[in-house]
Each structure stands twice: as structure tokens, then as C-alpha cells.
Design a binder for this molecule. Sequence first.
Ligand SMILES: Nc1ncnc2c1ncn2[C@@H]1O[C@H](COP(=O)(O)OP(=O)(O)OP(=O)(O)O)[C@@H](O)[C@H]1O
Ligand SMILES: [Mg+2]
Length: 390
Amino acid sequence: MTTEPITKTPMTTTTAGWSAAAPDQPLLAIQGLRKQFTRANGQIVTAVDDISLSIAPGEFIVLLGPSGCGKTTLLRCIGGLESASEGTIEINGQPMFSAELGIDIPTRRRGISMVFQSYALWPNMTVFDNIAFPLKSRRRGISKAETATAVEEIARVVGIADLLTQYPHHISGGQQQRVALARALVDGNALVLFDEPLSNVDAKVRKDLRVELASLQGKYGFAAVYVTHDQEDAMELADRIVVLDGGRIAQVGAPQDIYQNPSSSYVAAFVGSSNSLPGTVTSATPTAVTLESAFGTVSARPSDDVEPGQAVDVMFRPQHVRIHTERPVGENTWRMCLRKIMHAGTHAEAVLTHDHNIYQARVEVDFDAPLDTDVWVQVAPRHVFAFPQG
Ligand SMILES: Nc1ncnc2c1ncn2[C@@H]1O[C@H](COP(=O)(O)OP(=O)(O)OP(=O)(O)O)[C@@H](O)[C@H]1O
Ligand SMILES: [Mg+2]
């Protein structure tokens, strides 16, 4: 009876009529993509700079990076809202964009759904009509009854079944974002693009929506390219995170992999929190890097990127800092002053100072020690990074 606009496995045929992809074929393949803008004063900005990236069917990719690093521009190029200056984009093996061949398939024929920060709902349409819009606008001969079934199912799944007769300005921001999500998922496209969809909702709603989004993706199996500068979104949602720096890919990998093995101080600072101080390498062997810093001699994990004499950023994560009241045995034991303990529900953060610089340590919630007294801090060498200064 229903046309099953939503399937529980990745779609093999889309509205653009593509045929089934080979199992190992990427859903989205981007090659050498570059996008330049010319500002009003004539200055050229390279917003996307030679990006190549393949995304598998059903994969959840997060584009992560600070403001201005090119996340939205890359997403808009994929969606066909922006024409790149160089490179190619293929979806299911079909060319969507090629600067060289002059191919630029319009957004509506790319078989992509999009969800924006601003919801972008039609104010003069009910929630039902907003969600039904993609089904109606594509004139695929879907009957009224089939449309109603599809809209009601997705509305139920995203938790807004009782709001279908309301208008967008009569419902909350979180509810509006659920409507936008339902509208993006209703026609079962294999690829959904998200641009900071949770940044307008409060922290609690954000957390709920994040969990719901992950479960929706598990249920329907769409691939996602999700833009955020929120590392919690990235860590929780991504199969792979793409960290962008000035329009270029700084690192691609699974969240835990990037977290544990960041390739630069830029990535280490952006994915997870970290402490950092300058240092100078005194020796670099295949088993260890030794350096001099304000803490004295520091042992860091081995790195091919540094050599003796080189100035480096020494970085370590609050999670890896151990605090002791008695001097512990072993390397990397530093004297610091305990200044404050900040409680955050499931854990606490200790604020420490050394030479007027501030460092952070993750401690247990029941951690207790007198403030403004000296403690011993220890970090295992395998948790200390030495990155070339960038
Ligand atoms: N239409 C435009 N004309 C000129 N420059 C632009 C245009 N759109 C974006 N840019 C520039 O391209 C760069 C990348 O912008 P983009 O919007 O992609 O960044 P972003 O990573 O999405 O940032 P944010 O997190 O603030 O949304 C910026 O330097 C921006 O000023
Ligand atoms: Mg943006």
C-alpha cells in the first residue's frame, strides 16, 4: 500500500533513478575539489582547497573545524548549492559535478536531503505539509494516502506525531528541528547533509536530538555528511571525522583514532581538550622523544616528525594527568599548585598552575585535596605528544 519512501537499508535506487551501486562503490566520491570566492575588495579566498574524500553507503561523516575553515562551503558544493572551481563529485558512480567537463547537476536531481541550522521550514504550511513537501514536489505519482502514511510514520519516529496540524511558529525550536529532520528523511534519500542542525537548541534538547539522530541513522541506514564545530557531536555521531584546517583536510579517521593519535597540535587541540606548553627536542629515537620545557626534562611518545633542536608544542590531555600528594616514582613528575576543583556531574576537573600557566586534570568526582597547595602531577610518556610548532 505504501511506497515505502523510507527503507531500513541504504537505498540502492534514488529519485534520480540511479541503479544499484556495487557493494564496494562509494556512495559519494569527491576528487580534488577546490572552491574560491572573490571578496568585494578583489581578494580571493580559497574556502575549499583540494579536498578528496570517499564516503561509503550508510557511513556517518562529520566535518569538524573552527569557524571559517570551509565546512559549509564543502557541504554546499556536495549539495549543488555552490559550484566548485575545480574537481569532481560523483554520487553512486554518477557524475554530479565536474569543473573540467562542465557538469553541474542541480540539487533536486542529486538525490540528497539537507537539514540546516535555521530549520528553513515553510511558515505558511502546517507541520504535515512541511514534511510532505519533498514527496509532493517531486511528482512521483505518490497518492495522498501514501503520502499521509509516509508522513505519519516519520513524524511518529521523530516524536512529533501530535503536532502535524500545527504551524512552525507555534512549536518550539527543538520541535521545529524535528520537523526539519522528518522532512529530510521522508523520501528515503541515501545521503543526508546536515549543517550545524543542533546549534539553535539548548544543551538538553541537543543531547536528546543527537541520540535520536544516531538511532534514526541506525534504523534507516542513510549516509550523512554532518557539519559541526562541536566536538561532542563529532565524537558521538561520527563513523569518521574529517578535521578541516583552512579549507584542507588536516586529518581523517575514526573518532577514537583521531583522539588517540592526532597528527598535529591543531587536531589535538580541536578534538578533545588538551594542555600545551612549548618545548625543545633534545633527542628523538624510534622509542622516545625527550625534550626540555618549563617542566624540565619531559619524555614524550616517539614521532617521525621531530628532530633534535626543533621547537615543539608539548601536549597532553587532562584525562591522562594523575595527581599525587606524595612524589610518585617514574618519569614526567611535575610539581604544580592545585587551585580549584570544578565538578561536572560524572567527573571533575582540577585546575593547576605551574609558572603562572594553567593546566587541567580530569579527576574522580570524589577527589579531594586542599586548594592552593602543591601536588605532584604525572603523565605517562605515551600520553605526551611533541608536535612541530605550526
Ligand atoms: N559567498 C562568499 N563570498 C566570499 N567568501 C565566502 C563566501 N562564503 C564563504 N566565504 C569564505 O569562505 C571561507 C569558508 O567559509 P564557510 O562558510 O565554508 O566556513 P565554515 O567552516 O562553515 O564556518 P562557520 O563555522 O562559521 O559556519 C570563509 O573565509 C568565508 O569568509
Ligand atoms: Mg558554516
